[in-house]
Design a protein around this ligand. Structure first.
Ligand SMILES: Nc1ncnc2c1ncn2[C@@H]1O[C@H](COP(=O)(O)OP(=O)(O)OP(=O)(O)O)[C@@H](O)[C@H]1O
Length: 280
């Protein structure tokens, strides 16, 4: 069995004169949380559509869970689940009903579906939620959407922009949910929110004008950035009075202090803390 859940070689897609994918190479390791990033029109959706058998390539190949597809229309690959950016859930259903429907649509036996529902509701943070989907927030709907995509226990979960329509709280919850899948399900998601990708992904692929410009474990891709010439140190000071002495010592060494000060929470941390009354 290949250690790649998805790989593409020379994947090219032309729409008439327009080249959407231009010899794309891509490798998604099994077990990875892979962030597929690129600006609008870079070719992310086109790649995902070919991987999902919703479109055929003009040339090149893509292999999904060991099954090759490319220029020929191909049947969907078993073991792959897909969630579009806005999940199409019926507003009149409750969360368990939506999961039961997703189980039936995916061909999962009813008893297996029923046995999976409590754990999935809990993973999605919806175990205590009552009422119909029509009354859910966007974040809750997105988390339920991910749970419905997981009902068939897929090996590979593909999501298109899963956080782009959400507010900061909704994003934090969806990112935590995706991070919790690490090592269990291979997750491939497209995004243009780089902070989100940096926060949860193990691997990243950057696509530009239909070609991969950087790919690999996130630390390796970050290491490709030029050195800024700056150096960051976090210190626990014995007391506030020592700050001046430390500044003087650094200045003695010829260091030009770019920024210094108490380390605070990020804007996202403060927002989540305040809006949850510190109960985050
Ligand atoms: N059916 C189509 N016919 C013609 N051109 C298309 C078609 N689908 C996509 N394209 C073009 O192919 C290019 C890649 O589009 P794609 O949707 O894959 O980009 P993307 O990276 O997903 O962008 P976004 O973040 O805006 O969704 C774009 O220039 C787009 O206009």
């Amino acid at each position: 069995m290949s250690d790649l859940a998805l790989s593409a070689t020379g994947l090219t897609k032309r729409y008439g004169e327009h080249t959407a994918l231009d010899g794309l190479n891509m490798s998604v390791p099994r077990g990875a949380i892979y962030g597929f990033i690129g600006s609008n029109g870079a070719g992310k959706t086109t790649t995902l559509r070919i991987a999902l058998s919703l479109a055929a390539a003009t040339s090149g190949t893509i292999t999904v869970l060991g099954i090759e597809r490319g220029t020929l229309p191909a049947p969907a690959v078993r073991g792959v689940s897909y969630l579009p950016d806005v999940p199409g859930l019926y507003p009149w259903l409750t969360a368990p009903e939506a999961l039961r429907l997703a189980g039936a649509v995916s061909g999962t036996p009813r008893d297996v579906t029923d046995a999976r529902i409590p754990a999935l509701l809990s993973t999605a943070g919806l175990a205590r939620v009552r009422g119909r989907i029509g009354g859910f927030s966007r974040g809750m709907t997105q988390r339920l959407g991910i749970a419905t995509a997981l009902i068939s226990a897929p090996e590979l979960l593909i999501l298109d922009e899963p956080t782009s329509a959400l507010d900061p709280l909704g994003r934090a919850d969806v990112l935590a949910l995706l991070a919790s899948l690490r090592g269990k399900t291979t997750v491939l998601f497209s995004s243009h929110l780089l902070a989100d990708v940096e926060r949860v992904c193990t691997h990243v692929g950057m696509i530009h004008n239909g070609a991969m410009i950087a790919e690999g474990p996130i630390a390796d891709v970050l290491a490709r950035g030029s050195a800024t010439g700056e150096y960051e140190v976090r210190l626990r000071l014995p007391g506030p009075e020592s700050e001046g002495a430390i500044r003087d010592a650094l200045a003695d060494q010829g260091a030009d202090i770019v920024s210094a000060g108490a380390v605070g929470a990020s804007l996202q941390d403060v927002y989540v803390e305040l809006t949850r009354g510190g109960a985050a």
